[in-house]
Write a protein that binds this ligand. Structure first.
Ligand code: H79
Length: 566
């Protein structure tokens, strides 16, 4: 018993810097950067090892400047850097003594970028962390993954996994933890096929070498490994979905490694909104850049990062060291974070409300409301309470135009610890959002049923919508091949959901998914009060067992949304 308590305390204290940091830089950089087609190019084009080695002989990133990269991260407001020490192509981006296929021994460059980065990071107070592809390795004849192997050079039957694992994988992780000073975090990926025993052996080796080094969950495909949950690539969870700390790895465009073709970039506005949205759900954002083969972070990336950093320089108080929103659902106008007795309302400028912002469910009294960037401002707040429905409403008077770029933060000083109605209640615009992860789910004969209770503060007609995320290659009709039924307030509505509306500025949804809303019908709420709502659909599934390394579902049912129509 004492042992497990010690383990929890230990993990909490080594996690603290990362919990407070919120925002990190991911760097995908390797021989593949030469081809400008992302980090999977060797696999996608079945490039033979011998040919890939010739490419390595051309890899000479003479413009690489560790200080410039670290400054870029720092100016962006990022507190840690995770760089690919070795990706799936098996090429080590540092001077490995374990395997000669590395940047010092197999390329003309002759310098060790990780060494240079570790020095620059130490000077600037940024935590340096390493990505290491421990299971996939297309260069080594004996690396073995459950799906993605180099079968154009090697035969599956001839693989002797432990020759790879004990020598190269463990040997290189050992080097990274002994040659580069304190490592903030080891970021593993795609561990399909790795046994529980070997996952544990890897974790134990790391703990023995650097007990404070964090480990992400992808070190294993078995559940609950590592210090925190890595969400799927580009995946943002719903409120309450994760029981552990978590992080979303995210691309700035749609690629990790440098891509010349991919020009689908997230805007600065979207990036800031996504950042505060993730933090309001309690997570961290690890945002990727893919430097070129010469060692330059593309300008499209640096420009955006600079703008995010400028915003953070003014509003960081509402980001770093904060904790998650106390509301168990997404707010339509923005995001909420908390520090002590202060509630920060991050209002997205694109949804800036005319005259006043309405916030329901806060039981505290507000002592003062001001714009974070100008504490001398004082905004009028009107709070009221309806005892019949136990409904708390707050109206904050706002200037006509948002005072900040992108996202304007209002600080609310409360009369004590934040105390919020934890139920599903109506938001300012009359909407009620019910997320699947916070429903009670019963399963049976193919159809599942999700159930919530919610509080309607006012009577009226409500539109019922389903919120789904659809993967780019998914066929909608294959997933929704059945009628979906919603029951509430004594009424039943049913239909086969269609793709009625594509949401173009979704906050939590991004490539390779699109947010789709489907209209199911209308229900009438005759009297304010508490109601049950049930949803029957094959897609109303409980959270899958074990970690999802990347997002696999073709269509993900996220929420039911009620919007007051009249
Ligand atoms: O490092 C980045 C990716 O290379 C790595 N994780 C992030 C952080 C990753 N490894 N595996 N996967 C992601 C999932 C594999 C997806 C695939 Fe595909 C779908 C492999 C083949 C089809 C993506 C799309 C890669 C090639 C096409």
């Amino acid at each position: 018993m004492a042992d497990s308590l010690d383990i929890v305390t230990e993990s909490k204290s080594r996690m603290q810097w990362w919990k407070d940091a919120k925002f990190g830089m991911f760097i995908h950089w390797g021989v593949y950067s030469l081809l400008g087609k992302g980090e999977w190019v060797m696999y996608a084009n079945k490039i033979p090892v011998k040919e890939y080695e010739k490419l390595a002989e051309e890899f000479n990133p003479t413009q690489f400047d560790a200080k410039a990269w670290v400054h870029c991260a720092k100016r962006a407001g990022m507190k840690y850097i995770v760089i690919t020490a070795k990706h799936h192509d098996g090429f080590a981006m540092y001077h490995s003594r374990t395997d000669p296929f590395n940047i010092v021994d197999a390329s003309p460059f002759g310098r060790d970028p990780l060494k240079e980065l570790s020095e620059a990071c130490r000077e600037e107070g940024i935590r340096l962390c390493f990505y290491y592809s421990h299971v996939i390795d297309w260069h080594h004849p004996h690396a073995l993954h459950d799906t993605f192997n180099n079968l154009w050079d090697y035969e599956l039957e001839k693989k002797a996994f432990f020759r790879y694992w004990n020598h190269k994988a463990k040997g290189q992780v050992r080097e990274l933890l002994t040659e580069y000073g304190p490592v903030g975090l080891l970021w593993f990926d795609t561990s399909g096929g790795l046994s529980k025993k070997e996952s544990e052996a890897m974790v134990n080796m790391i703990r023995g070498l650097q007990p404070d080094c964090l480990i992400n969950s992808r070190v294993s495909h078995w559940p609950d490994f590592g210090d925190y949950q890595s969400k799927g690539d580009n995946e943002i969870p719903m409120h309450g979905e994760e029981t552990r700390e978590w992080e979303t790895p995210m691309t700035l465009n749609q690629s990790w490694g440098y891509s010349t073709k991919d020009q689908v970039w997230k805007s600065t506005d979207a990036l800031i909104r996504k950042l505060v949205h993730i933090i309001s759900k309690g997570g961290n954002l690890l945002l990727n850049v893919g430097p070129t083969e010469t060692g330059i972070i593309p300008e499209k990336s640096t420009l955006r990062l600079e703008e995010v950093g400028e915003w953070l320089a003014r509003n960081g108080e509402a980001v770093y060291g904060t904790s998650a929103s106390p509301f168990p659902y997404e707010l339509e106008w923005g995001a909420v974070t908390v520090k002590g007795d202060t509630l920060f309302l991050h209002v997205y400028n694109r949804y800036w409300p005319a005259e006043e912002l309405v916030l329901n469910g806060v039981r505290n009294t507000v002592k003062k409301a001001y714009m974070l960037t100008d504490p001398s401002t004082c905004h009028h707040v009107h709070q009221s309470y309806q005892p019949e429905t136990d409904h708390h409403e707050m109206r904050i008077r706002l200037p006509e135009l948002p005072p900040e770029d992108h996202v304007s933060v209002i600080a609310l000083e409360l009369d004590g610890r934040i105390d919020v109605d934890q139920g599903f209640i109506q938001q300012a615009n009359g909407a009620v959002k019910l997320d699947l992860v916070l429903s009670e789910i019963t399963t049976g004969n193919g159809m599942n049923e999700a159930r919530w209770t919610f509080k309607a503060a006012s009577s009226g007609i409500y539109e019922v919508n389903l919120v789904n995320f659809k993967k780019s290659d998914a066929v909608w009709e294959q997933e929704y091949d059945h009628e979906v039924t919603v029951r509430a307030a004594g009424q039943t509505i049913a239909c086969i959901p269609r793709e009625d509306k594509v949401v173009s500025h979704s906050i939590s949804c991004q490539h390779p998914y699109t947010e789709i809303h489907s209209s199911i019908g209308r229900i009438v709420i005759e009297n304010p009060g508490t109601y049950a709502l049930t949803l029957s659909s094959k897609l109303a599934k409980p959270k899958p067992f074990g970690p999802e390394i990347w997002q696999a579902a073709a269509v993900k049912l996220r929420s039911v949304r009620l919007v007051q129509a009249l």
